[in-house]
Design a protein around this ligand. Sequence first.
Ligand code: FES
Ligand SMILES: [Fe+2]
Length: 353
Amino acid sequence: MTAFARNQWYVAAYSHEVSRELLGRTILGEPLVFYRTEEDGTPVVLHDRCVHRRYPLSEAPTRLDGDKIVCGYHGFTYDTTGTCVYVPGQKRVPRTARVASYPVVEQDSLIWVWIGDAALADPQTIPRAKHLDSPGWTTVRGMEPIDADYGLLVDNLLDLSHETYLHGGYIGTPEVAETPITTEVDEGAGIVRVSRHMDDAECPPFYAKSTGITGRINRWQDIEYHAPCLYLLHSRVAPVGVLPEADGSDPGGFHTEVTYCITPSGDGKVYDFWAVSRDWATEDDEVTEFLAGNNRTVVMQDVTALNLLQKTLGTERHGYQELSINIDTGGLAARRILARLVEEGDKPMEKVH
Ligand code: FES
Ligand SMILES: [Fe+2]
């Protein structure tokens, strides 16, 4: 099982999921409850267990009273810092009556939380995904919980050759698996980059149907994984003939930013946040609907495969051997970085933006 790097930022929810309704979610094994303040909508994150008899604060009939949260079992009431301000049947509130609160940052339509040592939480180290919340971009998104070690999802996303097999007929074509990759690792910043540039390739249905391209394409897949949580795939497809400028500048074509947030929920459980953002046909609802449905199907193909893989690995004898080849270079680099983040006492990443 891949250990958790605790002193890191993780995406716990999309902005639109956190509201005046209580939301429960488990991050790195910590049960959390989310809501927004009445006054200015600031997100609040508290431990999701009442200090009295451990009733989950995210569950009805627990409710909000202004910005305070009132436990649905016997009425212990907490403020936004987790301090208990009311208990039933007595005036004196015990000094130890409090639940933990967690650093939270809302940025790029994502709710980031910090589970580890709050003194180390620096919002400046959170990697950006501006396309998720910028004019000129349209995004479809979703989240699927997977019953698998989060390391299996990291492996999956860093090696896109699986598109040809697992996602054939959707985003995979023979060229993806056939084209060699280049991998770059920035150990200091904890970033792995994996690139695959395909010339004169078949256009997969995902892009043919959404862009209207009918012939063959040049296709660029440039992965940028900011360990541990944020994965960006800069994807670009263009009809054959539209090539990068000599200086490597923007070749035009259709830009799509595919974002994943990989958030361990508990041992053998991970939240798979996925989003597809485009800067083309941004107002076309048919394209939006097609990409939302098609990408969800693709995500579910991965979910099914990883659920199965986790079950299978669970029946393997201890110490089984894997066999790695060139396509695994990015995934292996990611594993090394994750292991270092865990080992080094979870030092936060240096600022990368
Ligand atoms: S369990 Fe919350 S008040 Fe008793
Ligand atoms: Fe996949």
